[in-house]
Design a protein around this ligand. Structure first.
Ligand SMILES: [Zn+2]
Length: 251
């Protein structure tokens, strides 16, 4: 069972690996200002142009996603952010307008911090600045990889990659609460195309589908169908922020 975002009575930190990576003294700088609650799937965190005033830390199996709106009205997903990171004002200092739409992909616990409090803590602590600068570097690596992935990898490879990437943030049950609609947004293709890819994976015994979810039956087989983009990003996280990228099983 995945622990909730709310710290328990023993003072355990929220189940967000970035918050857990902070030293005790750095965490103490922001702890009084953190709030903890739940978001549900498709909750809107930021629209383009919104003032970014709160940092959202996904906890447990929660996932947020950055979407870019296109001139034909379609939103295309760029990257997913789970408990390895945070969304909203991570790179910038101070209030700036959001460029992308940020929504909740998988609902669950979130910790939230006013950005002014994070900036104060960064000003007060070089080690705090260091952790967030390293995270910004990892986020940039995810963006670079996503750009390359969209340009050169097949729809099948990308579908397998997204399912594995989402599965790594679940509690190891292999049930990924991803609908065909959500998958088509992740891929930037029509829903019927996304459904065809899933039918192929089903026929190969890699996945099954349930209402509103994909059940991974053969994780190793699915990994063989995926491009290596996830692995590249994970390796960079391991170099830069060891232990922060989620493993499949929740500790
Ligand atoms: Zn790829």
């Amino acid at each position: 069972m995945i622990s909730q975002g709310r710290p328990d009575r023993s003072g355990e930190r929220p189940h967000n690996n970035l918050l857990r990576r902070l030293s005790d003294s750095d965490f103490a700088l922001i702890a009084p200002h953190l709030s903890h609650d739940e978001s549900t799937s498709d909750d809107l965190l930021y629209d383009p142009g919104d003032d970014v005033d709160v940092v959202h830390f996904p906890c447990g199996a929660s996932l947020a996603s950055y979407l870019v709106s296109n001139e034909d009205g379609r939103d295309v997903e760029t990257i997913l952010v789970g408990r390895e990171g945070a969304v909203g004002g991570i790179v910038s200092l101070g209030y700036l307008p959001a460029y992308t739409r940020i929504t909740v992909k998988f609902g669950g616990p979130f910790s939230r911090l006013p950005i002014a409090k994070l900036d104060q803590a960064k000003s007060a602590s070089a080690s705090m600045r260091n952790v967030f600068a390293r995270y910004a570097d990892c986020l940039l690596a995810q963006m670079f990889q996503s750009t390359a992935c969209n340009a050169i990898h097949s729809i099948e490879q990308r579908t397998a990659k997204w399912i594995i990437s989402a599965m790594e943030r679940t509690d190891g049950s292999n049930i990924v609460p991803l609908t065909h609609e959500q998958l088509s947004t992740l891929l930037g293709v029509g829903r019927s195309y996304a459904s065809r890819v899933i039918q192929t994976f089903k026929a190969e015994g890699l996945v099954e589908t349930r209402r509103g979810a994909i059940v991974v039956r053969d994780p190793d087989g699915l990994r063989l169908r995926a491009c290596q983009c996830n692995e590249s990003v994970k390796n960079h996280f391991e170099e830069v922020l060891r232990g922060v990228y989620p493993s499949e099983t929740v500790p």
